[in-house]
Design a protein around this ligand. Structure first.
Ligand code: BG6
Length: 295
């Protein structure tokens, strides 16, 4: 069966590629390509809906905010870091054979639980398209409101790319980020002040091994090079910014739901719409996504 829903998890299969998507958060938590797992999901993480915590790993969807709630006032003040999309249970709309690949669609609309935190109307649609040589993920946001109020949001696909066993995060090289403005969330500044990236090739190493940077207006084609182990290619569309994150040993050990030394096994490259917020007028929709492939 190319598409199957079993125990809160949708599985798509195409040739030797497989992708697993948890209904919780519509989180892609495993992508196997060419006989290798390409995403890191913590073995301590529970992908089932019985556990309310977000999946630690894979590709959680951050919506309607990225990071902590930006203000003490509505509509975001009651939201936890990265918003509720990653912890909500999404509806599985179904899967379609698309000739070249297979595409599963998921939907999230306000529930009572969500409305207690966020009162604006919205419809999120997420498609997971498994193709012969890539995986394409696309988030669409619609504002179904009949009022004049726009729907403000940030959106980000928080991808945890698994590193081959022989590769450490500090050996990973990311391009092309040169000359981009970035905010260093792990730096001595406030995380808001922007600096310019001077390096042609950016490694994933900082003080204490930690890197947590938001790069603004990044090129749409990004690469994570892991030496002889190959390159991860991320082609983003409609998502202007990108976050590069690895917590390093000290902060990594404090992530309770991360497996032992898990921080050594991934680099997060997270295309997103971080700044400025999108303000979506009633009746309008927005779309952003990524295509993941390997070289
Ligand atoms: C990254 C942020 O996107 O997500 C980091 O830039 C954050 O600051 C990380 O630590 C993980 O967040 P969370 O909420 O999943 O622990």
């Amino acid at each position: 069966m190319p598409a199957q829903l079993e125990q809160d998890v949708v599985t798509l299969t195409l040739g030797t590629s497989t992708v697993h998507i948890a209904l919780k958060g519509a989180t892609v938590f495993s992508y196997s390509y060419d006989g290798q797992e390409r995403l890191l999901t913590s073995s301590k993480s529970n992908v089932h809906t019985s556990d309310p915590a977000a999946v630690r790993g894979g590709v959680p969807i951050c919506w309607p905010i990225f990071g902590p709630a930006p203000s003490d006032s509505p509509p975001f003040s009651k939201l936890k870091q990265h918003g509720f999309a990653r912890t909500s249970v999404w509806e599985y709309v179904g899967a379609q054979d698309q000739g070249e690949g297979i595409k599963a669609t998921f939907k999230l609309e306000p529930t009572e639980q969500i409305q207690a935190l966020f009162t604006l109307p919205f419809v999120l649609t997420y498609s997971v398209h498994l193709l012969p040589y890539s995986l394409s993920l696309s988030l669409s946001v619609a504002n179904p409101s009949s009022a004049i109020a726009p729907l403000p949001f940030q959106a980000l696909l928080h991808s945890y790319f698994r590193l081959p066993d022989s590769v450490h995060p500090r050996d990973v090289l990311v391009t092309p980020l040169e000359n981009l403005a970035f905010a260093d969330k792990a730096g001595p500044k406030d995380g808001l002040t922007k600096e310019a990236e001077r390096r042609k090739v950016v490694d994933v190493d900082g003080p204490g091994g930690e890197v947590d940077r938001v790069y603004f207006r990044a090129p749409d084609r990004l690469e994570l090079a892991t030496g002889a182990a190959g390159t991860v290619r991320v082609h983003k569309k409609g998502l202007p910014d990108v976050v590069l994150w690895n917590p390093g040993p000290e902060k990594g050990a404090k992530i309770g739901d991360m497996e032992d030394r898990g921080w050594e096994r991934y680099v997060c490259l997270e295309p997103g719409l971080v700044e400025p917020f999108q303000f979506l007028d009633p009746g309008k929709s927005w779309e952003g996504g990524i295509e993941i492939s390997f070289a």
